[in-house]
Design a protein around this ligand. Structure first.
Ligand code: GLN
Length: 280
């Protein structure tokens, strides 16, 4: 049985082969934001026209953010945030951070925003604000191709599960009775541990696991069962930031004028799905 990524993202039951569809991600390198801050612009408050928005990301989460061979950041999130900056008249300067360091950085005010495939959760909303949802995703279980024992979450009891630290996948794994959990700094490292045969499963964001399998970055793995969760990604900002409105206004404009759909097409090869205005 094979399934397209499109139906996968809509939460359909699956089992799939290498026939998954993804936009040609490996090709041309789009211009990413200028990483050299203009010293004069740095003085300007973010949110004002002409200001600089320092945006954190953990760049090992393709196709949302990753480093190209030349070191440039690429991915859906990178294109989206760059376009938000253009729409809002802000310079966007990306800063790479470990995923579990992003919320502390927002709280400390050392960055102005974060775009990193970050799920809008009730728990995170207690410490940061989020933009409106910009992607619908969800968690999936990956196992070795030849594994016929694991068909869903219930089958993971007492198994060895690899996850990325500080993620919704890690939270989900923590709920599995008797599971032995190993934590990694990035999703590709967790998936590699599974490919190496050192764990029985990985719980990670479906689009990222699918991309790793489909692109050939990781081999010998498959995704089983249904999506465990439905999640929405948002751009995270410090609590009370004036930029929440700036980012939301830009997103809204881009959703109306086709810019959002164009970026979605580029990375996912299809029309974007309907998104709710808020995650809860
Ligand atoms: N969406 C997941 C989360 O927010 C994973 C994000 C990531 O690893 N970049 O926890």
């Amino acid at each position: 049985m094979s399934i397209k990524r499109s139906s996968f993202l809509r939460g359909t039951v699956l089992g799939f082969s290498a026939a998954l569809m993804l936009a040609a991600c490996g090709g041309t390198t789009p211009d990413t934001a200028d990483t050299e801050a203009d010293p004069a612009a740095e003085e300007t408050a973010a949110g004002e026209a002409g200001g600089t928005l320092t945006v954190a990301t953990e760049p090992a989460f393709p196709p949302f953010e990753f480093q190209a061979e030349n070191g440039e950041l690429e991915g859906f999130d990178i294109d989206l945030m760059t376009a938000i900056g253009e729409t809002a008249g802000l310079e966007v300067e990306f800063e790479s951070l470990p995923f579990d360091g992003i919320i502390p950085a927002l709280q400390a005010g050392t960055v102005d925003a974060a775009i990193s495939g970050m799920t809008i959760t009730e728990e995170r909303l207690q410490t940061v604000d989020f933009s409106r949802p910009y992607i619908k995703a969800g968690l999936a279980i990956a196992v070795a191709e030849e594994n016929s024992e694991v068909a869903g979450l219930d089958d993971l009891a007492d198994k060895r599960i690899a996850v990325q630290i500080g993620t919704t996948g890690a939270d989900q794994a923590a709920e599995v009775p008797g599971a032995e959990i190993s934590t990694f700094d990035s999703a590709p490292l967790a998936l590699q541990e599974l490919a190496n045969g050192n764990v029985d499963a990985v719980i990670n964001d479906a689009p990222v696991t699918l991309d790793a399998i489909e692109s050939g970055n990781i081999s010998g793995l498959k995704v089983v069962g249904e999506l465990i969760t439905t999640e929405f990604y948002g751009i995270a900002l410090p609590k009370g930031s004036e930029n929440v409105e700036v980012v939301n206004d830009a997103l809204m404009t881009m959703m109306e004028d086709g810019t959002y759909a164009e970026i979605y097409q580029k990375w996912f090869g299809e029309e974007p799905p309907e998104l709710p205005e808020s995650a809860f």
